[in-house]
Write a protein that binds this ligand. Structure first.
Ligand code: ATP
Ligand code: MG
Length: 182
């Protein structure tokens, strides 16, 4: 590990005190149950949440259940081609990004993404690494992994005070004792 990354790690460890939360979702019902817990967190109404994981890991599925739990009616389209889909609920604006096909930083200004990130509301982003140089730090990172039996192992990490509030609220709702991520 280089000096710079060690320094960053130490800064991260000092700012963020809440340990990562590790969850296990045997099936999509478990994903839905988590989405309902997340939807119930007041801090989510002004948060930037990144969804990480391979193709088919379940990022869009989680967003669909989350938006449903928040009260979005009708179909939630995967924004792979449009890059962003916007939803308006009474008192809550939501933007669901998928940066998989994002490759022109000029699009950031042209499509008004700077304005979106300056606005209050919930921003959700799949494939954030594809726009890493443009994006602000995530409040909460949700990393999904598919295990050999197709179940999901999920780790949640906070990077800001908003993220810590979310993580603490979610931790308190887990029925079993959360494991600590390595
Ligand atoms: N526990 C689970 N949680 C979420 N999805 C699951 C789970 N078990 C099975 N699935 C299935 O896995 C698939 C996940 O697809 P989804 O489009 O959500 O992935 P994605 O991570 O958004 O992929 P992409 O990177 O292509 O956008 C869906 O068909 C879903 O039904
Ligand atoms: Mg997706």
């Amino acid at each position: 590990m280089g000096g710079a990354s060690l320094g960053l790690w130490i800064i991260h460890a000092v700012i963020v005190k809440t340990p990562p939360l590790l969850l296990h979702w045997p099936d999509e019902n478990a994903t839905q149950a988590f989405a309902q817990q997340l939807a119930g967190q007041a801090a989510l109404r002004n948060a930037f949440v990144c969804l990480r994981g391979n193709l088919g890991a379940g990022k869009t599925t989680l967003v669909r259940h989350l938006l449903g739990a928040l009260g979005v009616q009708g179909r939630v389209k995967s924004p792979t081609y449009a890059v962003v889909e916007a939803y308006t609920l009474p008192g809550l604006d939501i933007w669901h990004f998928d940066f998989y096909r994002f490759n022109d930083p000029r699009e950031w200004e042209d499509a008004g993404f700077r304005d979106i990130f300056a606005s209050p509301g919930l921003k959700l982003a799949e494939w954030p690494d594809k726009a890493a140089s443009m994006l602000p730090p995530a409040d909460l990172d949700i990393q999904l992994e598919v295990d050999p039996s197709e179940q999901r192992t999920v780790s949640l990490r906070a990077h800001t005070a908003t993220g810590e509030t979310l993580l603490k609220g979610l931790s308190a709702l887990q029925t079993h004792k959360p494991e600590l991520a390595p």
